[in-house]
Design a protein around this ligand. Structure first.
Ligand code: NAP
Length: 431
């Protein structure tokens, strides 16, 4: 055990920062023993100095400026827990890396948007390194599992349930039959959803995590703009019921996989078998499924957010830094990361679920079947449901077809006089 302490500066003392500080002070001896080196929180920064953080901070140096703390000679390790893709989070991480320091961050937005440039800066600056276990699926050690545990595999696919708020909403909709808006309002009341829920229900938060995992899995430059993103706002109670009737549940799935057209990255609500590993994940729990040529499929589940679980991942990175364990940021040297594959998302073939709202009169189903036929799609199952207000939902499961064929069919169906609302489609993912 080295007695020279690792002097840590923590920027951000909110949900994650306060929990991290709490463990580093309350459980210091245990964590330092694992690290093989004394660990000392030396400095902190947040916006409001007067706020009670639940931890005695009398012996800590307080900074008002994160960049000044990141650059301070008394700080060996900069821990960024403020959040935000740009602004002071990015500037302070850059300052620490440029000063040759290791950085630990939980900031998925920062990594998703600037991960490639930050990795390059870390790798060309002696002493610098970038650690971000907490940025993917909170307490689940997904980054280490993928980058270290599966280092010998040719990874074929990474997928998962990467946003607890969305999974809670979808699980509640299925359990109660309530509409999306009502369940979202309840989730906000319980504190599971933010006042502005866009990042969660729009799929952006989960897409940040998917882009990070895809970069590691496939050795590519991180490409957040290349993720096809669709949130859960258009999932209706009728879809949940129709899915259940067929043995499926609806989950917001992130899937990045290597296909003939390259690596695709898609984040969208899908139907998946209720008894599949991802279908069984309920409530705020997250899950990450990693598939490789040597190992087959592995799955990790656990809490994807919250102070304790996220601090757990931050602490693991701090222990890595103390041990001198600094693997390449995305698993291979930044210069060896390959460019993104344009167009791979369009090469999407499989079975789709389709919901169409039709006027309740004879002959309408035949018109829909004809529109599907003209788009090259054959029907596996079709069902008309109870109707209200003169319009009846019709749900269809197709045989395998291309995404382009589904989009063409939706346009044709929307143009029919008998169609009363825009058709909704979701991919069916069997594993
Ligand atoms: N919460 C989770 O469950 C979770 C899970 C995984 C990853 N993360 C990531 O962890 C990071 C932190 O999340 P959080 O939930 O802990 O956020 P939070 O509760 O909102 O805390 C943010 C902290 O940053 C400080 N801060 C913000 N802007 C600052 C500035 N300009 N200068 C100095 N301090 C500033 C705030 O200071 P004041 O307290 O004084 O306002 C606060 O202490 C984010 O990147 C987030 O995406 C969070």
């Amino acid at each position: 055990m080295t007695d020279t302490p690792l002097r840590i500066g923590i920027a951000g003392l909110g949900t994650v920062g306060a929990a991290t500080l709490g463990y580093l002070t309350g459980e210091n001896a245990r964590i330092a023993a694992r690290a093989g080196r004394a660990l000392r929180v030396d400095a902190v920064v947040a916006r409001d100095r007067t706020k009670d953080r639940g931890v005695d901070m009398a012996s800590l140096r307080w900074f008002d400026d994160p960049i000044a703390m990141a650059s301070d000679e008394g700080v060996d390790l900069y821990v960024e827990l403020m959040g935000g893709a740009d602004g002071v989070a990015k500037a302070s991480v850059e300052a620490a890396l440029a000063a040759g320091k290791p950085v630990v961050t939980a900031n998925k937005a920062l990594l998703a948007h600037h991960g490639a440039a930050l990795a390059e800066l870390a790798e060309r600056t002696p002493g610098a390194s970038l650690h971000y276990e907490a940025a993917v699926a909170g307490g689940i050690p997904a980054v280490k599992a993928l980058r270290e545990g599966l280092a010998g595999n040719g990874v074929t696919r990474v997928s998962g349930i990467l946003n607890g708020t969305c999974n809670y909403i979808l699980t509640e909709m299925a359990g109660t039959g309530a509409a999306f808006g009502d369940v979202l309002a309840e989730a906000q009341r319980l504190g599971y959803a933010e006042a502005d829920p866009t990042a969660d229900v729009g799929g952006f938060d989960a897409a940040h995590k998917l882009a990070i995992m895809a970069a590691i899995a496939f050795g590519r430059r991180i490409d957040f703009d290349g993720v096809r993103i669709e949130g859960i706002e258009s999932v209706a109670a009728e879809d949940i019921v129709a899915a259940r009737d067929m043995g499926y549940v609806i989950r917001l799935l992130g899937v990045a996989e290597r296909g003939a057209a390259g690596v695709s990255q898609r984040l969208r609500p899908c139907l998946t078998p209720a008894e599949s590993p991802l279908g069984k994940i309920a409530g705020v729990t997250n899950a990450v499924m990693l598939e490789g040529d040597a190992v087959g499929a592995t799955i990790l589940t656990g809490p994807g957010a919250g102070g304790g679980p996220t601090a757990s991942a931050v602490l693991a990175d701090i222990v890595d830094v103390a041990r001198g364990n600094t693997p390449p940021t995305f698993g291979v040297a930044a210069a060896a990361l390959t460019p993104a594959d344009d167009g791979a998302n369009d090469a999407d073939r499989g079975a789709f679920y389709l919901r169409v709202m039709l006027e309740d009169r004879p002959g309408t189903l035949a018109e829909v079947a004809a529109a599907l036929g003209r788009s090259g799609i054959s029907i596996h199952r079709m069902r008309q449901h109870d109707h209200a207000d003169g319009a009846a939902p019709v749900t269809i499961v197709t045989h395998a077809c291309d995404l382009a064929e589904i989009e063409a069919a939706k346009e044709r169906i929307a143009a029919l006089d008998v169609c009363t609302a825009s058709p909704v489609s979701m991919r069916i993912v069997e594993s």
